[in-house]
Design a protein around this ligand. Structure first.
Ligand SMILES: [Cu+2]
Length: 292
């Protein structure tokens, strides 16, 4: 009797394992695809224009806070007086704002979301220098290589934290002093994927993964430029890590430039928790890529 029951259990276990294996294999094959089927491959026509603008910050911006790196003396070698980069503003202009085309229609009536785009082969470099990420905010396209380098005489542990269920995998890899680059990709669009270092809790970066190449990050004078934009009318979004997001409609003329200036209000942004706060903003879904 017992033997019979044991055999039954064994059979159930084997079947369950096989089912689990099947599910694994199946999910691999049916994994998220970036491009909608039947998408038209985007091809420039020669009439592309650009979107340029400045990001202003009104109100009082919190001053950068000193970072105590006492836990790792080697960090000082490349960064003698480290400060937070949560808000980087100078003369009322805001750096590290991620600006991108969210949706829109080209002058010949095609939705930008309906195009597929080539994956750039060029690597996007995220360096670790002075125990901070350089750059602090960056953009790339799905499946484009992200090369993480370590210029510090110390070890780091790079930890990418995409939102769960969005199709991008969380990863977490240590990179000792002197180790070669680590190259990774993100399969899906995501605004934005936070990256932190498990060794140094103050280290943070944000990667905007956008289906198309129409994005930019504001520089230290608050300026940005998105080049190669097909003539058309678009919704442009400006995103800052402190939870602020601005949206604007712009029309890009053929071979011309559209201006898209954004103004953030320091009072309305979540600066209250301090310039050195270490919380991670939840990544926001990129709506035009909602289809799977
Ligand atoms: Cu680190």
């Amino acid at each position: 009797m017992l033997k019979k029951r044991a055999r039954l259990w064994l059979a159930i276990c084997v079947m369950a394992s096989l089912a689990a294996l099947g599910a694994c294999g199946g999910s691999k094959d049916d994994g998220p695809k970036e491009e909608p089927s039947g998408a038209t491959k985007y091809a420039p026509t020669g009439n592309e224009g650009s979107i340029t603008g400045k990001i202003s910050l009104t109100g009082e911006a919190p001053a950068p806070q000193p970072i105590d790196m006492a836990q790792d003396a080697n960090c000082k070698a490349n960064n003698p007086s480290p400060t937070t980069e949560t808000v980087v503003a100078k003369d009322g202009k805001l750096q590290n704002v991620f600006v991108y085309i969210k949706e829109g229609t080209t002058a010949d009536g095609k939705k930008i979301a309906d195009f597929s785009f080539d994956t750039p082969k060029t690597e996007v470099v995220l360096d670790q220098k002075g125990c901070k990420y350089v750059p602090h905010v960056l953009g790339m396209q799905p499946n484009q290589p992200l090369k993480v380098t370590n210029s510090d005489p110390t070890g780091h542990n790079i930890h990418a934290i995409p939102k769960s269920g969005g199709g991008n995998e969380e990863w977490n890899e240590s990179q000792p002093n002197g180790a070669g680059p680590i190259t990774k990709t993100f399969k899906r669009s995501e605004i934005l994927v936070p990256i932190k270092c498990n060794q140094h809790p103050w280290m943070k970066a944000y990667v905007g993964v956008v289906k198309h190449p129409f994005y930019a990050v504001s520089k230290d004078d608050g300026s940005f430029e998105i080049k190669g934009v097909p003539a058309g009318t678009y919704t442009v979004v400006a995103w800052h890590e402190k939870g602020a997001e601005k949206t604007m409609q712009v029309t890009v003329p053929a071979k011309g430039a559209a201006t898209s200036d954004f103004t953030f209000d320091a009072g309305a942004m979540a600066f209250g928790s301090g310039g050195g706060s270490l919380e991670m903003m939840p990544a926001i879904e990129f709506p035009m890529l909602g289809r799977h």
